[in-house]
Design a protein around this ligand. Structure first.
Ligand code: NDP
Length: 618
């Protein structure tokens, strides 16, 4: 079956200047001068939402003290994939440490009702061919992903030596020992030759600093610490029967909230949805995996599919005649553009013309999304309040068939808090919005994660000190300074996985997969050469920083037009070392020439066999 373009209104029917002005007004309404400071770090005021693990009991154990080749901080996708590649490289003396009770990262913690991946699972889940596994449907349930990660842990023996329910709270490079001294909240002392920082992107729950939040006497929890004892039901059977006599409020209408809200609406006595900025939520076709299709897959199919997704969702163009294999809301703009260009016989467009047509298609697609909401939501005022007024990439595109119909229920009230730029206050009994107090039993925070805040807050480790006691937070204080986004001068034998200064792919676990491969190669080389330390020279590091900044694609114009969110650091600009004002981007500083160019560059670097730019001490 070939993938069809969507029916969007023709450009002539859309008043783009008027829409642009409307988008601007909606943005201005929401900008808060305090930017990031509107959020608060976890503190004693927010008790059960922080360190408690609702999923696995914490077992007592003796502290561990040992020398080890590699400590991996984090057992989410990046840590697991680092482990896979270390094992493949023949490095066995490894220890993955995570504050959770198992592998899984976000898929361990996030077990809220309805949790499901928003990306095509055939792309998203790494190593499918190698593992001989196919997800059961296009958008996997969270439970399926979690189990799959555990099976990777089993297959690659990553459970051996792993320390769960353990939080690394400090590490420093010991020049005499030529090792990292790693300490944990369980009293462990790990002396590691190498450390891999696989901290994760969505590891730290974020809370709005609502005045009076600590006064509330009812129940509160964050969606990433869902309390089924309180709500009833379970992740796999989300029948939240204990809420039938409860008034519940949920803060947030992002990717998480829109999945949980239909379940809350179905079961709570009353549900208040506190919305500041509406999401754009499309229909979700989620068919089970077709066995005939599965049978037809040829070796190499997953890489080809990821490549197709990357080009359609991130690079913005498919090859003439190439089918959109993903065929969902992520690829809609490109799919529609390609269909129109094909109908016109593939006209030669300048980059400027191409971008203009893309922008027009963006307005047309968003107009289609808004029309759909008006068709689905019965009350016109509620429908109006749910309309998203911004460009398509300003927020994560979402899909859910039950979200909008939930607002047709008598027991569900949408509370628009955009006029006050968020929930005004909390009291002993509930919350205040638009001057009115609402009494509730339970407040659920679907308020997201620390994504663009300062690194120490995101990592949550007080002390990460390289040579001569230099803090990584200080070293990167004016922007990341790395070689290839994975190592930094003055921090020997330390590796970073995540979105710092490297290539971007539309499939985030694929980024970690390739980083894991590259890092395992360097460690293997280091061990084979009997190196006591490896680090990039300052020149190699600075050259990379210069190169990545010179080749960067400037998206600040688009960011400046978006409603505030982690996409544009809440609309807050900062000055870089050269005095240029920029928005921090949640995807880090990405390599302008693209993913394939970045992979080719790393391949060439490895093929040289000489670890160019590295200082190797024996
Ligand atoms: P988000 O950061 O996307 O959403 C947070 C929500 O809280 C927003 O609606 C925000 O409003 C709202 N909010 C924050 N402060 C206030 C306030 N003071 N008053 C009222 N509302 C407030 O978090 P999510 O957990 O939804 O998603 C985070 C990320 O997790 C996603 O972008 C995605 O990357 C990932 N995710 C992925 C899924 C997947 O399927 N792969 C599923 C779920 C999440 P505003 O927009 O106005 O700031």
């Amino acid at each position: 079956m070939t993938c069809k373009p969507t029916a969007v209104p023709p450009v002539e029917e859309i008043d783009i200047p008027a829409l642009r002005e409307k988008y601007r007004q909606e943005r201005e309404k929401r900008i808060r001068p305090e930017g990031q400071k509107q959020y608060q770090a976890l503190s004693g005021e927010l008790p059960e939402v922080s360190s408690e693990d609702p999923h696995t009991p914490r077992q007592a154990r003796e502290p561990v003290s040992k020398d080890i080749d590699v400590v991996v901080l984090g057992g989410g996708w990046s840590g697991v994939l680092a482990g896979v590649h270390l094992r493949k490289a023949g490095i066995d003396d490894i220890c993955i440490v995570d504050s959770a009770g198992d592998f899984g990262g976000v898929w361990y913690w996030n077990r809220y009702p309805g949790v499901q991946c928003d990306n095509d699972a055939y792309c998203y889940l790494p190593l499918l061919e190698e593992m001989g596994f196919l997800p059961s449907k296009k958008f996997s349930d969270g439970a399926e992903i979690y189990q799959y990660m555990r099976s990777i842990g089993d297959r690659f023996k990553l459970y051996d030596g792993a320390l769960f329910h353990t939080l690394i709270n400090g590490m420093h490079w010991d020049e005499d020992l030529q090792r990292w001294q790693v300490s944990t909240d369980r009293g462990d002392k790990l002396r590691a030759r190498f450390v891999i920082m696989a901290n994760g992107l969505l590891n730290m729950p974020k809370f709005p600093a609502v005045p009076g939040i600590g006064d509330f006497k009812g129940k509160m929890f964050h969606t990433s610490r869902w309390d089924y004892d309180y709500t009833g039901g379970s992740q796999t059977e989300p029948v939240l029967d204990k809420l039938s006599d409860k008034k519940v409020a949920i803060i947030g209408t992002g990717a998480t909230a829109i999945q949980a809200i239909p379940h809350l609406g179905r079961h709570a006595q009353h549900l208040y949805v506190l919305q500041r900025t509406p999401s754009s939520v499309d229909k979700r076709d989620n068919p089970p995996t077709d066995p005939d299709w599965a049978q037809s897959l040829e070796p190499g199919w997953q890489a080809a599919r990821q490549d197709n997704f990357h080009r359609a969702a991130m690079e913005g163009a498919l090859k003439p005649g190439e089918e959109d294999l993903i065929c969902d809301f992520w690829t809609e703009i490109t799919r529609n553009m390609m269909a129109e260009m094909e109908a016109e016989g593939w006209p030669q467009l300048s980059m400027e013309e191409f971008m203009q047509r893309r922008e027009e298609m963006d307005y047309r697609v968003m107009e289609r999304a808004r029309k759909r909401i008006c068709e689905l939501v019965e009350d016109p005022d509620t429908a109006e309040a749910l309309l998203p007024w911004y460009r398509f990439p300003c927020k994560r595109p979402l899909s859910n068939n039950d979200y909008y119909p939930t607002f047709n229920r008598d027991n569900v009230t949408l509370v628009d808090v955009s006029a006050t730029q968020g929930v005004e206050a909390m009291t002993e009994k509930g919350f205040v919005a638009n001057g009115q107090e609402y009494e509730i039993d339970c407040m659920i925070f679907a308020s997201g994660f620390e994504v663009t805040s300062d690194l120490d807050r995101r990592w949550g480790i007080d002390q990460v000190e390289g040579r001569d006691g230099k803090s990584i937070y200080q070293h990167w204080g004016n922007g990341y300074r790395t070689l290839h986004g994975m190592m930094s001068h003055g921090f020997p034998n330390q590796f970073y996985m995540g979105l710092y200064q490297g290539g971007l792919n539309a499939t985030i676990p694929e980024i970690f997969n390739r980083q894991g491969q590259h890092i395992a190669y360097i460690i293997q080389q280091g061990l084979a050469q009997g190196a006591s330390s490896i680090e990039p020279s300052e020149e190699a590091q600075d050259e990379w920083v210069k190169h990545i900044r010179e080749t960067a694609i400037d998206i600040s114009e688009l960011q400046s037009e978006c409603t505030p969110s982690y996409f544009n650091n809440e609309g807050e600009k900062e000055k870089d070392e050269d005095g240029n004002e920029k928005y921090r981007w949640y995807l880090g500083e990405s390599y302008g020439p693209g993913w394939n160019a970045f992979q080719a560059l790393l391949q060439e670097w490895r093929d040289s066999g000489e670890l160019p730019g590295m200082i190797i001490k024996k």
